[in-house]
Design a protein. Structure first.
Length: 510
């Protein structure tokens, strides 16, 4: 990708220029082009790629107007601030004090291969964008503070990420089969959700993608939970914690989810005040009309301050944020099963397997790279045992690239790091006879140093801190199990049937 920056800027001084100070400024410009802007540039670099002041400088009373152009080296905005640092003391000898930087027009031009589905970013400081014949031109309106904050560089990186994301396509393009169990006995071809509804095990809740689970469904949930505890949690030495389910922006900024979580989270807002009189007319409106005054409520809330739990592990990390972990406590192995997760599934909700509110046991571990991979390998072993010998499922596993890696430019199936260990996700999929598709119902992710770096977590020995996570979704396990075994417990594996016992039917509806 070829990048070109063009910046028009003015440097305002405390007094008008004189012929002597103008000549001094011209000398400084020449020196900057020959020496200052070349510092740190690799030898042999094309001069057209290096920032420089182009055209003739313009002197308007106490303002020096300049045009900076560059490619990838000493970018135009960097050249501006290098020159400012040089010019301030030099012109101070002429009683010219530097007052401020005035940013005029600023354009970034990028040439390369843009996918057909590429969309240029739409941001407040982009006044115009145009993509034609493989060239994207962005016209920007920025302050000096924006330039110092490296907004232009982040914009370039954002465009590159959007190109990568457009090329990435979907997870199916980055899927590599690891294991397949082969056919297992199937006792139904019915949709498990429809069957549970017909038997009164579950009912739709008022909110979208949400279910009320009756005693029979919960018995199955608790049976799976018991199996997880006895076969996975306790043998592998995981300890229980409680992670928050309201997640502020600060957590998602550090975890990386702030890069793209917005279409899928349920937002949380707070009232501007708890003063009852402030809300009295809203309450009165309901008393009179029988309707909630939603439009007026929008005017009386702040935020959003964040969202409801989307991915279960990020809220754990503030517990260790900024800490150095002693060698003797590693690896750390914890899990959370304290509440629901919420994900706005857009138009994709279906049955109990694709919902907006779901119940999950989140397994999380951290330590050295070697420890993290070793625990992931142990999890693969115990999941294989559970799915093969206890649940007796027809299932398969595959290496995939998690979306957060694609967002950050890692688009391989499994990434080898300098330490020789691997980063990546393994998905577990169960066959659904009723629609002849495969359902992802389990995963194991080795996240590398993504979260430890984001939350500044270190290890006493100086080794890189890595982490992994594995979400056990009770709805997904139930959907996979019932799709193959049916709702009649006599067709279930003995272990599951023994834990569940006789389904309880507490309700008789007339």
């Amino acid at each position: 990708m070829q990048v070109h920056f063009r910046l028009e800027a003015g440097i305002r001084f405390s007094a008008p220029f004189t012929p002597e100070s103008e000549q001094a400024a011209r000398t400084l410009i020449d020196e900057a082009n020959r020496v200052l802007f070349m510092r740190g540039v690799p030898k042999g670099t094309d001069p057209a790629e290096v920032g420089r002041i182009t055209g003739a400088p313009e002197f308007h009373e106490n303002v020096l107007r300049l045009i900076f152009e560059s490619g990838a080296y000493t970018r135009a905005h960097d050249a501006l601030f290098r020159f400012r640092k040089q010019v301030a003391p030099a012109l101070g000898k002429y009683r010219l004090g530097l007052r401020e930087i005035e940013v005029g027009s600023f354009t970034i031009t990028m040439k390369g291969d843009f996918p057909e589905n590429f969309r240029a970013p739409r941001l407040p400081f982009i006044t115009e964008s145009n993509l034609s014949d493989g060239t994207l031109t962005l016209s920007l309106a920025m302050s000096a503070a924006d330039l110092e904050g490296r907004i232009p560089d982040r914009l370039v990186r954002l465009v590159e990420e959007k190109i990568e994301a457009a090329l990435y396509g979907g997870k199916s393009e980055h899927w590599e089969l690891v294991f397949e169990s082969g056919p297992k006995p199937r006792h139904t071809t019915g949709d498990p959700t429809a069957g549970m509804v017909a038997r009164g095990w579950i009912k739709h809740a008022p909110a979208r993608g949400q279910w009320i689970y009756g005693p029979q469904a919960v018995q199955l949930f608790r049976a799976f939970e018991q199996i997880v505890m006895e076969e996975i949690i306790h043998p592998l030495g995981f300890s229980e914690m409680i992670f928050p389910k309201m997640v502020p922006w600060e957590v998602w900024m550090r975890s990386g989810h702030a890069k793209g979580v917005y279409p899928e989270i349920y937002y949380i807002c707070t009232p501007k005040t708890r003063d009852a009189s402030y809300w009295e007319d809203v309450a009165d409106y309901y008393k009179v009309t029988g309707e909630v005054w939603v439009e007026e409520i929008r005017n009386r809330i702040d935020g959003p301050i964040g969202g409801m739990c989307y991915a279960q592990c990020p809220p754990f990390w503030p517990f260790v944020q900024g800490e150095t972990l002693g060698n003797d406590c590693l690896p750390i192995r914890v899990f959370d099963r304290s509440g629901t997760s919420h994900r706005y599934e857009s138009g994709g909700i279906h049955g109990i397997e694709r919902v907006d509110e779901f119940h999950r046991i989140e397994v999380l571990w951290l330590g050295t790279a070697e420890q993290t991979v070793e625990i992931a390998d142990r999890l693969h072993e115990v999941y294989t045992h559970v799915f093969e010998e206890i649940l007796e499922l027809e299932w398969r596993s595959a290496r995939v690239t998690p979306w957060f890696m694609a967002q950050e430019g890692i688009v391989g199936r499994e990434i080898e790091c300098s330490c020789g260990e691997r980063i990546g996700t393994t998905d577990y999929e169960a066959f659904l006879p009723y629609n002849e598709s495969w359902l992802e119902f389990q995963n194991v992710s080795i996240n590398g140093d993504k979260y430890p770096k984001g939350f500044n977590v270190k290890i006493q020995s100086g080794a890189d801190c890595w982490s992994g996570c594995s979400g056990i979704g009770l709805e997904r396990w139930t959907a996979a199990f019932l799709a193959q075994k049916g709702l009649d417990c006599e067709n279930w594996p003995d272990t599951v049937a023994g834990i569940v016992g006789e389904p309880k039917n507490l309700f008789t509806f007339l």
